[in-house]
Design a protein around this ligand. Structure first.
Ligand SMILES: CC(C)(COP(=O)(O)OP(=O)(O)OC[C@H]1O[C@@H](n2cnc3c(N)ncnc32)[C@H](O)[C@@H]1OP(=O)(O)O)[C@@H](O)C(=O)NCCC(=O)NCCS
Length: 176
């Protein structure tokens, strides 16, 4: 198993991972998000990672930057989406993708990593609702309990709620 940075050549494989991983009703919008993030140019950069076994791509994750007003010294990211093909689930692939991404974000000096997804899964990696609650997501959440975050590098947890801004690919209320 090999984890590497995804490139534009991985577009079809990345789409396929999420079409297979997510249930009907979510798979189209999530796979479109994954492909859009692969091509969106952001500052700082969006990080897309894939897992290969042999020649097949079996998992993918993206980390895109989020910003807050009037604080250029603060850098946040959001993890979305994450998917592993069903035949390869429960083999630690999701965990390894998250760990690898977090290592890269730590090196970049990122302060905080958000996630919006299955809270039971992400709490395994120390994502916490009380850290995320200090920040208001860009859109109203359909599932507020899925909003979590982990502090990476030294950061002052906000004392009052601060609205965060996301990249264009995530600017769709249906994703939230
Ligand atoms: C969630 C997902 C990415 C996990 O990837 P994975 O490679 O199977 O996960 P890992 O092997 O690293 O971890 C497996 C462990 O997580 C648990 N787990 C998996 N999905 C879970 C979930 N939704 N909620 C709680 N626990 C979950 C498994 O039971 C297993 O537990 P164990 O270690 O006690 O046996 C994968 O199942 C997937 O693609 N699911 C569909 C898409 C999705 O839900 N994406 C992320 C949430 S938005």
């Amino acid at each position: 198993m090999h984890i590497r940075i995804a490139t534009s050549l991985d577009r079809d494989d990345v789409r396929e991972v999420h079409l297979c991983a997510f249930p009907k009703g979510e798979r189209e919008i999530v796979s479109k998000l994954a492909v859009n993030l692969l091509f969106e140019e952001t500052t700082p950069q969006t990080i897309s990672l894939v897992v290969e076994t042999g020649v097949a791509v079996v998992g993918h994750v993206a980390f895109s930057p989020v910003a807050i007003d009037n604080n250029e010294n603060w850098q946040g990211y959001i993890l979305a989406p994450l998917g592993v093909k069903p035949d390869y689930q429960n083999c630690r692939i999701g965990s390894k993708l998250i760990d690898r991404g977090m290592q890269q974000l730590l090196k970049l000096g990122v302060n905080i990593l958000f996630v919006y997804g299955d809270s039971k899964y992400y709490s395994r990696f120390d994502f916490r609702a009380d850290v995320a609650d200090q920040y208001t997501p860009p859109y109203k959440l359909q599932y507020p309990f899925g909003w979590q975050a982990i502090a990476l590098n030294d950061t002052n947890i906000a004392k009052s709620s601060i609205k965060i801004a996301c990249v264009n690919s995530l600017c769709d209320p249906e994703l939230w």
